[in-house]
Design a protein around this ligand. Structure first.
Ligand code: R2B
Ligand code: URA
Length: 310
């Protein structure tokens, strides 16, 4: 729409590189990306990251290391002889980050504050490195609402536990609300890559973002619970009736900060449990590991298609 186009113009330079909407950064003699263990003066960020086209993020360091090896095999990327994949941010002891050609694979931890800090620094990294039109993917896990375990959900909308479509953060004593918008075209492009032969379903829908895994997601199995099973079911049904397909913990910050930066982004999660049936995640590790590859596989199809048509 017109309004969104305006935002893109404001947030990107004509050549597609990320424009920072923070006048303070340009006045600083160096910018330290503290949680990534990188800096604009200590590292040649253009040389190291200038060719990045895709930033893929997921909760755990191990999953993102595995994804880096997976995408390396799938796109046939060869590392220079005698070198191996390295965790670029290992000395931050916070996040893990791997680079495979045009793909950055980075862990974001759990919850909006953790992914929020990472996004500030990754968006600044895109700016310092002069990356052109980068696309961000979150490949994660979630609880499904009326979905069988193993189902893949591509989010087309994001809400909080009160069904608000914005990410709110207190700043200087005031509540600031940022619209949590996702790129609808990217959702359609990803959905089109779901293969009818896949032995699982891939659906689109609204994703609810919680700041907690237990009470914040209406579970009755946390250390505390002051509501009944029927009150919980009433809430989950209310979510379902409002188009909510899944619950996770990062989408509001992810959608709001990428939208604010004019970066196209998509959130793709696999459901580990159907919350209309149970609260506990009891799927065996081997099955869960197989399920967790599904969102990675969809994103890999997208990246391969992009690289083939380039
Ligand atoms: C999904 O899984 C994590 C909680 O177990 C959280 O990061 C999320 O969004
Ligand atoms: N992650 C969540 O946030 N909730 C679930 O139910 C499963 C994974």
């Amino acid at each position: 729409c017109k309004k969104d186009h305006g935002l893109v113009e404001k947030t990107r330079y004509p050549d597609g590189s990320v424009r920072l909407r923070n006048p303070h950064i340009e006045l600083m003699d160096q910018d330290i990306l503290y949680h990534l263990a990188l800096g604009s003066e200590s590292h040649d960020l253009i040389e190291m990251f200038g060719d990045i086209k895709f930033v893929c993020m997921g909760g755990t360091p191990k999953r993102m290391e595995n994804f880096a090896y997976y995408i390396m095999k799938e796109i046939g990327h060869k590392l220079p002889t005698g070198t191996q994949l390295m965790d670029i941010s290992q000395y931050s002891y916070r996040y893990s980050m791997y680079k495979v050609g045009p793909v950055l694979s980075v862990s974001h931890g759990m919850g909006s504050p953790s992914i929020g800090i990472l996004l500030h620094e990754i968006i600044k990294l895109m700016y310092h490195a002069k990356c052109k039109d980068p696309i961000f993917f979150r490949i994660g896990t979630c609880g499904g609402i009326g979905l069988e375990g193993g189902t893949v959900v591509i989010s087309d909308d994001a809400v909080d536990g009160m069904l608000n479509r914005y990410y709110q953060v207190p700043m200087l004593g005031k509540m600031v609300k940022r619209p949590a918008k996702l790129d609808r075209r990217l959702v359609r492009e990803l959905k089109a890559l779901a293969d009818p032969e896949d032995p699982y379903e891939t659906v689109t829908g609204t994703t609810m973002c919680a700041d907690d895994f237990y009470e914040g997601q209406g579970r009755t199995d946390g250390a505390f619970c002051d509501y009944s099973e029927s009150e919980k079911m009433e809430y989950l049904e209310h979510l379902k009736n409002n188009g909510v397909k899944n619950i996770e913990m990062e989408i509001l910050a992810f959608a709001a900060l990428t939208h604010q930066a004019g970066i196209r982004a998509a959130d793709i999660c696999v459901a580990l449990v159907d919350r209309l049936k149970e609260d506990q995640v009891r799927t065996p590790k081997e099955v869960m590991n197989e399920w967790q590859i599904r969102p990675q596989d969809l994103v890999t199809r997208y990246i391969k298609k992009y690289l083939q048509t380039k």
